[in-house]
Design a protein around this ligand. Structure first.
Ligand SMILES: NC(=O)c1ccc[n+]([C@@H]2O[C@H](COP(=O)([O-])OP(=O)(O)OC[C@H]3O[C@@H](n4cnc5c(N)ncnc54)[C@H](OP(=O)(O)O)[C@@H]3O)[C@@H](O)[C@H]2O)c1
Length: 247
């Protein structure tokens, strides 16, 4: 899906996207801008984020970039205040360190849980509280992973974080339903981004090099997001799973 479709059902709504400076989050930002949505974009890399915001603004929408670390609870409060008006939250920021479970460090494990689970919980709670107070519904999307339901070799800790995130998605859906706030989970298999670049264990490098299938593209995840957000008010996608066809 490409081009500008600024007169469709999403036009005029506003979204907060975490992890918008790169990869899947960047593709989601550009797609939602093309559909006429105003955006609040966050990530740690201020320069990359600013470039994404400018590319979004070229679609004629407002795009605010607010750089910071989501594991900093003070920053999450600032972010939530800047996003007090949003109709949609896309919880996308995440990190991945592949390593054998006997070699992965406590620090790597804690960092993945802090970013992929606790930070996503913090952002969702803060933004959803505001949606509930406003009383006009909303939509929260969690980008989990195929690893939310499968555990792969070298991805045990990452898989555990994504299982936890999927549980949060189900739980928030349960408790936000009375407030007409939808909660969707998009669970992609391997997507071509830089997320695996920090995984340097030799066993991991060997197994990545031996991969024989083509990964998904970030745009395909963005297309799934647009689909989920475009459904009728009384229809919802709870879970969209995408996977490389021959992976
Ligand atoms: N690529 C895949 O194969 C794949 C498959 C399924 C699910 N996913 C999930 O999709 C999401 C996006 O992944 P991606 O592949 O697009 O990764 P990516 O290209 O590495 O982008 C990750 C994004 O998260 C942000 N981020 C990471 N830690 C952060 C922190 N502490 N505070 C604020 N922002 C932070 C990064 O921003 P800065 O670098 O600017 O901090 C970046 O914008 C992740 O949740 C990932 O688990 C990825």
């Amino acid at each position: 899906m490409s081009g500008t479709q600024g007169d469709g059902p999403l036009a005029g709504q506003a979204a907060l996207i975490t992890g918008a400076s790169a990869g899947i989050g960047k593709a989601c930002a550009l797609s939602l801008a093309a559909h006429g949505m105003d955006l609040v974009l966050t990530g740690r890399n201020a320069r990359a984020l600013q470039e994404v915001a400018q590319a979004c603004q070229a679609h004629g929408v407002q795009a605010l970039s607010l750089a910071g670390d989501l594991t900093d609870t003070g920053f999450v409060q600032t972010l939530a205040q800047a996003a007090a008006h949003v109709d949609v939250l896309v919880n996308n920021a995440g990190i991945l360190t592949y390593a054998p479970v006997l070699d992965i460090t406590t620090e790597q494990c804690a960092q993945m849980f802090a970013t992929n689970v606790v930070a996503a919980f913090d952002v969702t709670r803060a933004v959803a509280q505001q949606m509930v107070q406003r009383g006009r519904g909303g939509h929260v999307v969690f980008i989990t992973s195929g690893a939310a339901r499968n555990i792969v070799q070298h991805g045990v800790v990452y898989g555990a974080t994504k299982h936890a995130l999927a549980a949060f998605a189900k739980g928030f859906r349960l408790e936000l339903k009375p407030h007409r706030i939808k909660v969707s989970e998009i669970a992609p298999g391997m997507v071509e981004t830089d997320i695996r670049k920090g995984s340097t264990h030799p066993d991991v490098l060997k197994s990545l090099a031996a991969r024989k299938f083509a990964p998904l593209q970030a745009q395909e995840v963005a297309d799934a997001l647009v689909y989920a957000l475009s459904q009728r008010p009384d229809s919802a996608s709870d879970l969209i799973e995408l996977r490389p066809a021959f992976g």
